[in-house]
Design a protein around this ligand. Structure first.
Ligand SMILES: [Zn+2]
Length: 329
């Protein structure tokens, strides 16, 4: 019997710069995908229109009809009210406040549509199809310009009361720390993200400290990225090494908290910075071993994500098939 659950899902991942759309059949492999620019500055209707047109093109080019789909799953950056299908606010999508995105897409494409935070989707994707396959309890962190989080508890995506659980990047690490765009202070994200690394490097250079970074960016501090700092550190630059060690320290403190709270079998690190093994991840790992309770520290494996930038669409598809059941608005 082929029910709706075997039908393919149209999965979407909306980020600050790109929208990825993909057709994901029941076996979970991505059958076809398309990437288009978000152009968030053009406003909500324009982004939704671009998303829907990309979806229409993809469905048509795969000889499908929207009526044949099990549903549409959208992973979106920002604070998401999953139950209501709303983007409540999104730092990556300026002006997106209380946007009923699921409803807008459902009305246009006439298919059941579900919305989930992008890092929660990535956690679900890695759990079903990637590094966390077969693991019962895991926490995923995406380490990029920001820090996102997603939680799998007892094999299921944990979303909390309004679908907003897992904001690990906004865990307070230093109450007197720098301000975060969300209006808090000393969040993990403002201390250990790629943006935080750049900010700290620039701050120290502006204080007149010496570093090969200055030459690497032709004297323009604005040209410094987390990658430049990594490269300088690999070439033995003292300042770059200290900046990364500082970020690794805060990341380790955050991970130790996560490990104490959730006692996960696995913590999966994804995003652009997860590859900085020796400079960032290993020192953070050592800190977890030192700071977390031994029973939890001994149980956790800190692993690297496997699905790359497709984790969000894999997870959005799984969300439609699993968590979306019974949660239709
Ligand atoms: Zn914050």
């Amino acid at each position: 019997m082929t029910g709706q659950r075997e039908a393919p899902v149209l999965a979407v991942d909306i980020g600050g710069t790109k929208i990825m759309t993909a057709i994901v059949p029941a076996d979970g492999r991505v059958l076809a995908k398309d990437v288009s620019p978000t152009l968030a500055g053009e406003g909500v209707p324009s982004v939704v229109d671009r998303l829907c047109r990309a979806a229409e093109k993809l469905v048509k080019s795969n000889n499908l009809k929207f009526t044949q789909l099990a549903g549409i799953g959208i992973a979106c950056a920002g604070a998401i009210n999953t139950g209501r299908g709303m983007v409540t606010v999104s730092p990556n999508l300026p002006g997106w406040v209380d946007i009923p995105l699921a409803q807008m897409v459902r009305e246009r494409l006439k298919v059941d549509t579900f919305l989930v935070n992008d890092a929660s989707a990535a956690a679900l994707g890695e759990h079903r199809y990637g590094a966390g396959k077969g693991v019962k309890h895991l926490v995923l962190l995406t380490l990029g310009t920001g820090i996102g989080g997603g939680i799998i508890a007892d094999g299921r995506l944990y979303l909390g009361a309004s679908g907003a659980a897992g904001e690990i990047g906004h865990m307070t690490i230093d109450v007197n720390g720098p301000e975060c765009p969300g209006g808090h202070t000393g969040c993990l994200e403002v201390l250990a993200s790629g943006t935080a690394i750049v900010r700290e490097a620039v701050r120290r250079l502006k204080n007149g400290e010496e570093s090969s970074l200055t030459e690497m960016v032709g004297g323009k501090a604005g040209g410094i990225t987390a990658e430049t700092v990594e490269k300088a550190a690999r070439n033995g630059d003292g300042l770059a090494r200290e900046v990364l060690a500082r970020a690794a320290y805060y990341l380790g403190v955050g991970l130790a908290n996560v490990v104490n709270i959730f006692n996960p079998e696995m913590v999966i690190l994804g995003g652009g910075m997860a590859g900085m093994d020796d400079l960032l991840i290993d020192p953070a790992r050592r800190l977890v071993a030192e700071r977390a309770f031994p029973v939890s520290a001994g149980a956790v494996k800190i692993a690297t994500a496997r699905l790359g930038n497709e984790a969000g669409v894999y997870g959005a598809a799984a969300f439609v098939r699993e968590a979306g059941k019974g949660r239709k608005p």
